[in-house]
Design a protein around this ligand. Structure first.
Ligand SMILES: *Cc1c(COP(=O)(O)O)cnc(C)c1O
Length: 301
């Protein structure tokens, strides 16, 4: 799958002499878009090789990974079970567009408390799942594991080796690790954390090659899936100016951060930046339901 990188033209880029291109991984597919497609590719192959008929994975109410996994498993004829954070959703998941979509593609859910969700990596929890569902292929939260990283490496093509810096949104860090494995030594990755907390750096350090990446932690807008009026307005303005839609959880925060850093002269003049559009647009509908309740402006679709 190859989609030409899209150049962005904005006054601030001309003023600061920075070139910015966007890798439109969001165009891969409306549901299995961006990095979730990359992450699932080798995992589904592996599950099938192992003869597993069921896949179990984990996520929250807005998870692009849950939506993508449901669709992809359905396509290859595997059963998918989503372990979803938040017991309260058990009674109202039909009102959640992401979960409704996943359900329509055949995913079954098990809703668990936040306390139990935190234990998802424990042996007891896995045993409990095996008792309940039998044999399955387990895919971690966010879809990140070694095979997922291998898939993410394929985002970077020969032509992308001419950029100085590759920027990506960071959830678990799997995408950032994949990119840092794939780029050349004269390039680096700049990650923008979509959630609060310093634990990410530790996680990434264990996997990513040294000296090739950095993490920006000032652009999470209060934490995972937290948004503000400033962010919504930015997403709407950016779409109007460039025709590129951004999602509120990852790529909106990423591009906001890149442009803010450009404004603050963080990058040297003549720097060539490639921003990865990791997808996530399916989450806009769900976020708009929440924005409406709070009387905040909506993300235009
Ligand atoms: C999941 C996701 C990310 C985060 O990817 P990680 O590999 O977990 O860091 C970024 N952007 C979008 C749109 C996503 O859905």
């Amino acid at each position: 799958m190859y989609i030409e990188n899209q150049p962005v033209d904005l006054p601030i880029l001309r003023e600061k002499k920075i070139s910015l291109h966007v890798k439109r991984e969001d165009l891969i597919h409306p549901l299995i878009s961006g990095n979730k497609f990359r992450k699932l590719k080798y995992n589904l192959e592996e599950a099938q090789k192992k003869g597993c008929q069921t896949l179990i994975t984990f996520g929250g109410a807005f998870s692009n990974h849950i939506a993508a996994t449901a669709y992809a498993c359905n396509q290859v004829g595997m059963a998918a079970i989503g372990i979803i954070r938040g017991e309260e959703l058990a009674l109202q998941w039909q009102q959640n567009p992401t979960l409704l979509l996943a359900h329509q593609h055949g995913m079954r859910f098990k809703f668990v408390s936040r306390a139990m969700y935190r234990e998802k990596k424990s042996t007891e929890f896995e045993l409990q799942l095996r008792n309940e569902f039998g044999d399955f292929y387990a895919l971690p939260e966010g879809g990140t594991n070694v095979l997922a990283i291998k898939g993410c490496e394929e985002m970077i093509t020969q032509k992308d080796l001419t950029y100085d810096i590759v920027c990506t949104a960071v959830g678990t860090g799997g995408t950032l690790v994949g990119i840092s494995n794939a780029i050349s030594h004269s390039q680096s990755v700049l990650g923008f954390a979509a959630l609060k907390g310093d634990f990410l750096k530790e996680d990434i350090r264990n996997f990513a090659p040294k000296g090739k990446w950095e993490l920006q932690t000032d652009y999470h807008f209060g934490g995972y899936a937290k948004v503000s009026e400033t962010l919504v307005t930015f997403i709407n303005d950016f779409k109007e100016q460039t025709k590129i839609p951004l999602d509120p959880i990852y790529t909106g925060k990423l591009v906001f951060g890149i442009l803010d850093l450009i404004q603050k002269d963080y990058f040297k003049p003549n720097t060539k930046i490639l921003a990865i559009h990791t997808g996530g647009l399916q989450g806009i509908t769900g976020m708009n339901t929440r924005l409406k309740k709070k009387n905040l402006p909506l993300i235009r679709q």
